[in-house]
Design a protein around this ligand. Sequence first.
Ligand SMILES: Cc1cc2nc3c(=O)[nH]c(=O)nc-3n(C[C@H](O)[C@H](O)[C@H](O)COP(=O)(O)OP(=O)(O)OC[C@H]3O[C@@H](n4cnc5c(N)ncnc54)[C@H](O)[C@@H]3O)c2cc1C
Length: 644
Amino acid sequence: MSRYDYDLFVIGAGSGGVRAARMSAGYGARVAIAEEYRVGGTCVIRGCVPKKLLVYASRFAEEFEDAAGFGWSVGEARFDWATLIANKDAEIARLEAIYSRNLQNSGVEIIASRAVLRDAHTVHLVAEGRDVTADYILIATGGRPAFDDRVKGIEHAISSNEAFHLEEKPERVAIVGGGYIAVEFAGIFNGLGAETTLIYRGPEILRGFDDDLRQALHEEMAAKGVSIVTNRVFTRIDECGDGLEGELDDGTLVNVDQIMFATGRLPNTIGLDLERTGVELGWNGHVVVDAYSRSSVPNIFAVGDVTHRVNLTPVAIREGAAFAETVFNDNPTAVDHSLIPTAVFSQPELGTVGLTEMQAREMCRVTDIYRASFRPMKGTLSGRGEKMLMKLIVDGESDRVVGCHIMGPDAGEMIQLAGVAIGMGATKADFDRTIAVHPTAAEELVTMRERTERHVREDALDHENDVPAPSMVVAATPGHRADHPTIAVRPALPEDAAVLSRIYLFAWQAAIGGHLPGKAWRIVRDDKPQDAMIAALGDKIVVATLGGTPVGFAAATDEPCALSELWVEPSAWRRGVGTALVTALEAGARSAGCTTLTAELLAANHRAQKFLAARGFSVLCDETRRDDLLDADIDWTVMAKPLA
Ligand SMILES: Cc1cc2nc3c(=O)[nH]c(=O)nc-3n(C[C@H](O)[C@H](O)[C@H](O)COP(=O)(O)OP(=O)(O)OC[C@H]3O[C@@H](n4cnc5c(N)ncnc54)[C@H](O)[C@@H]3O)c2cc1C
């Protein structure tokens, strides 16, 4: 007889929690799940599902227009927001009931309450005012929309949560953000006839996606009537008559009915009392977990958005399943977070998997680009000029397809299958010998014979060596022109972690690729080494920013005469960012009285090695060390430079 009420208590009945609960119960565990809002979680109740329904709704306006070219006369089309929302709500209620039924049929007890932790084995049920105990606790509480509290009057803005329940369709709407939720909602409101403005603080929407896709989507969205304002933020929002008046940081006034913030999401850990149990939280409040989703407290695990790994439903589901396998089926299972195919239900739609061109150009010595841009067949009779874009990124040495990026109708459907092929290690030759399905748009993926571009990494490196070194320790090189933004070098801040993570994970991919042929980008684990690094090294990590955005970093070791690791985002090498970082470190070492600056680099970090060699560093030795995280032997190169 167990000392606990349950073998497993799951907090949060969303994508990850539900999967973990059902599978664990299937393996014989006594499971309860607490949900404070509605069973199904973000995805079902106010995320993927209702959003896709709204996307479908918003596409009809174009369909009616396109029908004319095919001989149809469609009468006056009218749209009723209330009908759409009511039908959407009915569908969500149906799905919620199915989720609840499936949990019950699996033997999981559902508790409609907020749950918080008392200690490592005790959960307090707020609605019921009682405590229960469990051997294992799984935190699957997801995330919540983040608002920028520096904006005066931010309380007048809504998030995607409220957008699904507006009583009326706004006639004029401003969406703030440049991520996938922002561009999707811009497409929804624009398609439904609202005057739509997308306001983003960065230079281009969809940061992190392939640059060609970002630009192409920007152009197509603008052509459809979305007004896209970049490099701007709201400074204040006031009520104004029936609507809102917002002011941008350049003084422009924006008068709309609704302002929706889609500026990221934060992990739902506030008020869970995790501190009582000693569960370690990361830089933005996420639960820090290992590859098996175990937190710093051995019997407490966490999956899904609350761990801030890859915030997507299928990932949360996979993590939930891996948890059940690991804990209740004696089958330790880590989730592979590399190569996740994903779609953006923007208009036009995007599908993407693998490396972007810039990532590939950093990781591969030779990168081949195959690109096709064409008008889909339907556009011939409809007269719609919208272009479709397809892009394959190929490792020019191994012929492996390492990335695929699609913009156009059904891109999300196509990328699912491209993901299978690329995950299996398909080469460009494999794509080429696959017979096309005709007439489709997807056939372009197997008929792109002519290489559009080839990039050889050394060229860029040589160019970097030509960049004159700015003189500074922790300083800035002011940009003279718009295309020469300021480079600054400063100690790392907690908010850099996300960007450092991206740069560093790619670095691991590149580094490990040489040791485990064919698995280069699969080896990336869900650990966040940069979190640990920032915590451990504090201000010994220096970050280079380009126009304010972190683009590279170097980690100094315990003493100022040595640096370990030097990583720079691919495109930033050519802007002199490596030069700025190393100049700052050399100056710091000099002022600390060092006569030599030593650099310890992953042996596969050829780019940094060549760069340092060009700056007067010579190789001291090559070493092999065991890396516990990766369970692999990793080669290191130690270089040094005498300081005058
Ligand atoms: C607008 C929008 C669109 C999206 N579109 C997509 C998409 O197209 N594709 C995709 O893959 N992903 C999409 N996502 C992301 C996806 O919804 C999440 O990645 C996914 O839901 C994460 O699952 P989860 O189990 O981690 O958390 P969630 O699904 O968020 O579930 C967490 C649950 O925990 C509950 N909870 C929180 N705290 C407590 C507590 N203390 N006690 C009890 N219950 C608690 C919450 O009420 C919630 O039901 C979208 C998200 C949004 C917001």
